[in-house]
Design a protein around this ligand. Structure first.
Ligand SMILES: [Zn+2]
Length: 144
């Protein structure tokens, strides 16, 4: 799923650095990639220069399923910054554990915030918030 680009997006945006740039570029292509170690097979996130499991210099950007479960969740009820409007509130903040075993901090969208539950199955939604930046949000899987 893709949401429409909003040219007036005013909320904080990520600033890619050399270590995490491939992640942001994969989101822009709507094909989420996470680093996987070609020595031990473990996935890792956030991006790192070496595998935190076996210390090999063998991390390879690998396409992932975009499916996962809510591992932790909370509701933001008050605007955290002036750029958030009343219409943005409340919103969800969750840690989603991908099927590949790593956790990403994100928002669960597509359902009322009070319906988000730990263990809920979710799938990635590529949110093209500007022409240059795509964020990975998640929505409930419909067939659960
Ligand atoms: Zn490794």
């Amino acid at each position: 799923m893709t949401t429409q680009t909003n040219e007036t997006y005013t909320k904080p945006l990520p600033e890619a650095d050399p270590e995490d740039r491939p992640y942001w570029e994969s989101l822009k292509r709507h094909a989420m990639e996470i680093q996987r170690c070609s020595e031990c097979g473990e996935y890792t996130f956030l991006p790192k220069p070496l595998c935190p499991n076996c210390l090999a210099d063998a991390l390879v950007w690998t396409r992932v399923s975009g499916r996962g479960t809510v591992w932790g969740t909370t509701t933001q009820s008050h605007p955290p910054l002036p750029s958030f409007s009343a219409e943005d509130m409340p919103f969800n903040i969750s840690l989603v554990e991908l099927a590949e075993g790593v956790r990403v901090c994100t928002n669960v969208i597509g359902c009322p915030v009070e319906d988000v539950r730990i263990g809920m199955e979710v799938e990635v939604v590529y949110d093209d918030v500007t022409d240059d930046v795509t964020l990975a949000r998640f929505r409930p899987v419909k067939d659960q």
